[in-house]
Structure formats: C-alpha cells, structure tokens
Design a protein around this ligand. Structure first.
Ligand code: SF4
Length: 324
C-alpha cells in the first residue's frame, strides 16, 4: 500500500456570522467543514463528492491553506501546514497546486499565456528569464497546446484550452499534489473527456497525486481510485472506487448513486429521492446530520451522532445501521 502524502486530522472551518449590530460579536458560525479526517495516498486520485454546500470546496482551500482552519491539522510530508507561518505556507504551495472550476475567471485577461504560465515561476523566484521561457514552451506542449499560443490572450481560447492553460500553470513548479476543484464542470461534455484524459496522462507522466472535487459521479467514476462522500461538513463514507460504486453503505451515498442516469433503458435501477433540502450549516440537526432526509432513520439517529468507523470491508462509514 502506498504511503500517505497528506493526512487531514479533525479539520474544521467555522466562518463567523457578522452580527447586524456594529461592534457586537455574533456567537453563530457557518460550520462549513466540521471535524474531517482522512488520508491521501501518494500517486492516487481521491475523489470528494457531495451536493453543493457540503463543504468540499472549502476543504480544498483548507488543504493548501488558501484559508486557515479553525482547528485541526493538515500534515503534508510529515509537517503540519495548519501551524505554519505565512512564509512557510508560501513555500509549501510549490508542492500543492490547484486547478479551479471556472477557466474563464481564473486567468488574468490582461496577461498573455506565456506571462500567465511563467507567473508561478517568477513568484517563487525559480530560474532566469531564459529558462522560464523554455519551461513555458515545454509546459504548453505537455498540455497539448503549441508554442505559437504563447503570445495570445485568454479571450482567444475556448473553455477547454483555458483549462489546459490552468493545468500548465499548476504543473509549472513540479508539484506533488494537484487539487482539482470541479475542473470540468464548466466545460462541454466532449471537452470534459479530453481534459480528464489529459489529467490522467499527466498523473502517470509526472507521478502526481490528485484530490478531485466534483458533484458529477460519472466523472468521479472515471477518474478516482478512492472516494470520500461529504454531507454538511462531514465525511459520511470513504472507500475505494469499487466499494463505493458496487457496495455503497451509507443511505446518502446510495441516494447520490441512484441519481446517475441509466446506461441503457433495460438497466434496472431504483431512484432514491431525498426529502427536503440540505439543512443549514449554521444549525445542523442534532444526532446524524442526515436524519431529517434519511428514509431509514431510527430514534437513535435523532440524538446520537454516528462516528466514521471501519466496516467489515475496508470502507469507513458514519451510520448507526453499521454499528455493532
Ligand atoms: Fe440514516 Fe440513521 Fe444512518 Fe443517519 S445514522 S444515515 S439517519 S440510518
């Protein structure tokens, strides 16, 4: 089994709510990520899935410290990023890069492609102008673009090409880990496949580890080795691709999987419809956060919070149905 490159321990991010009265501190907070622990193994793709607002994008930003946690640890190669100062965090970002969701908003429209790709090298003072120029040419080829694209501006490219430019930027510093936050959800389906294939090729070529955040279970199925399912700031189930897709345990995971469209009209599939909306992360329900929407809820679910525990198979699940 591969070693863990990132260990997340009891990670929390509670955003305080501004009180409408000036100078009065509100005691309420949005519990975007609320005590999450997991490991990312070297060379794997860990998928993080869940509905909008479940905390997956906040967790991505916590892992590379774009936002600082309220509590908990993010241990990368033995060092806790959450306890580091700004200078050390900056240095660690060489190794953990991000590809964001919106390829249109994530590139500065006033800069040429060569300036955009060279930017991370300049920020981290790597190489001289000539070596940076060479590196930009190399990266353009690696992501399937040509050197004649270097002097163009972002508006001259399609969504898929812009996402390739973002990937080139993320690769510039030779990172160990790339966090992909919904990297294909803003793209057409045909272009999605090209970008996903590119990410898979690059993973092999550069021995990369990915954290892949998505609400699209079809994309996750194609991309990921292991999958963590998040609900209201917590992980409710985590396991290998096969465990999650062939033997989901948590009722929420089952409901998400039942929403994937059938591959053929003859396939038998029962759709599990979830009742109501995701509850407020300001006042999450007592007990199991999912109990108000769960068709299997028992009395204990309303009062006792289930812990994420290992099941007989290797997957871990937070549900009273699987507590012995
Ligand atoms: Fe449903 Fe209870 Fe399991 Fe929560 S703990 S998912 S409410 S059965």
């Amino acid at each position: 089994m591969a070693e863990a490159i990132i260990k997340v321990e009891n990670l929390k991010k509670h955003f305080p709510i501004q009180d409408p009265l000036p100078f009065k501190k509100s005691k309420q907070s949005v519990k975007a990520v609320d005590g999450v622990s997991f490991e990312v193994l070297r060379g794997e793709t860990l998928g993080i899935v869940g509905e909008s607002g479940c905390g997956k994008s906040t967790m991505a930003r916590l892992i590379n410290q774009l936002i600082r946690p309220t509590d908990g640890k993010v241990v990368f190669k033995g060092q806790d990023l959450a306890s580091m100062g700004t200078k050390e965090i900056r240095a660690s970002r060489k190794s953990i890069q991000m590809v964001f969701q919106n390829p249109y908003a994530s590139l500065d429209p006033r800069k040429t492609i060569k300036q955009l790709i060279a930017e991370p090298l300049e920020i981290h003072k790597m190489g001289d102008p000539l070596s940076r120029k060479k590196r930009v040419q190399e990266l353009l080829e690696v992501v399937g673009l040509s050197s004649y694209h270097a002097d163009r501006y972002p508006h001259e490219f399609s969504g898929g090409q812009r996402q390739r430019i973002n990937i080139a930027r993320a690769l510039a510093l030779n990172p160990d880990v790339i966090i992909c936050d919904e990297p294909v959800s803003a793209l057409d389906v045909s272009v999605q496949a090209q970008v996903i294939n590119l990410l898979k090729d690059l993973q092999k070529q550069f021995d990369l580890t990915y954290i892949f955040i998505s609400h699209d279970l079809n994309v996750v199925r194609y991309m990921c080795d292991r999958i963590a399912v998040m609900y209201l700031g917590k992980i409710v189930e985590i396991g290998t691709f096969a465990e999650i897709y062939e033997n989901p345990l948590h009722p929420y995971t089952k409901a998400l999987l039942s929403a994937i469209p059938k591959e053929s009209p003859y396939e038998k599939k029962e759709r599990i419809l979830l009742k109501g909306d995701v509850p407020s992360p300001v006042h999450p329900p007592a007990g199991c956060h999912f109990h108000q929407r769960c068709h299997l809820a028992m009395d204990i679910c309303k009062t006792a919070r289930p812990e994420l525990k290992q099941h007989e198979t290797m997957q871990r699940v937070a549900c009273h149905l699987f507590e012995s």
